[in-house]
Write a protein of this length. Sequence first.
Length: 212
Amino acid sequence: MHLDSNAPRLMLQLDDVVLRRGRKPLIGPLSASCSGGTVTHLRGPNGVGKTTLIHALVGLREPDGGTIRWQGEDVFDRPESLRRSLCFIAHDASGSGALTAVESLRFVLALNNEPVEQAADALRQTGLRGRSLMQPVRTLSAGQQRRVALARLVVTKAQLWVLDEPLNALDDASRSLLCQRFADHAAAGGIVVVTSHQPLPIDARCIDLLSA
Ligand SMILES: Nc1ncnc2c1ncn2[C@@H]1O[C@H](COP(=O)(O)OP(=O)(O)OP(=O)(O)O)[C@@H](O)[C@H]1O
């Protein structure tokens, strides 16, 4: 992905965002901006609210206070612009367990209007080869299942990548490759927002979420 140099700069903007679970305060007020060309690493202890925040960033959950805007538009009230620009991979995303790795990725790509014919090649680029491409996803190892989900990043043209715990279960080589992919996406003008309990070996801005 290379952005047109005349295009407006990409911006995901959080203003005084507050998130709760029931009455329990989780996050905020949090203000931050993620602009084109950056990787943002959301960090914090288990249960602090990283996944909850990710769900709010992609418009799945309305913040309990404040606003989240993509290119100036509220992502919950007016999600159309965000959806056109977004690649969101949830922490438990590996597609349907009954489908093979290739079928599963083709299914996810089709749902997102992305080119399904690149599925097998994308899986190979994440290190899945041979028989594992044709195995039902539920019979793959945890790390292999994660690669199936992450293979979408090889294909997608989305500008904004929001990824929940993408490094989980990956071996060292796959982690390095994936982090390099984040850096390349940012270098091409895109935005990466990622949660992880592990350090990222690339230039990334960290936002530390603290227990309320
Ligand atoms: N569906 C739900 N219903 C009620 N409470 C929930 C739900 N999902 C999460 N929570 C609560 O919200 C809080 C934040 O959870 P969240 O998953 O956002 O944390 P996290 O920082 O992503 O944790 P981890 O690092 O363990 O993945 C936790 O106290 C959790 O119990």
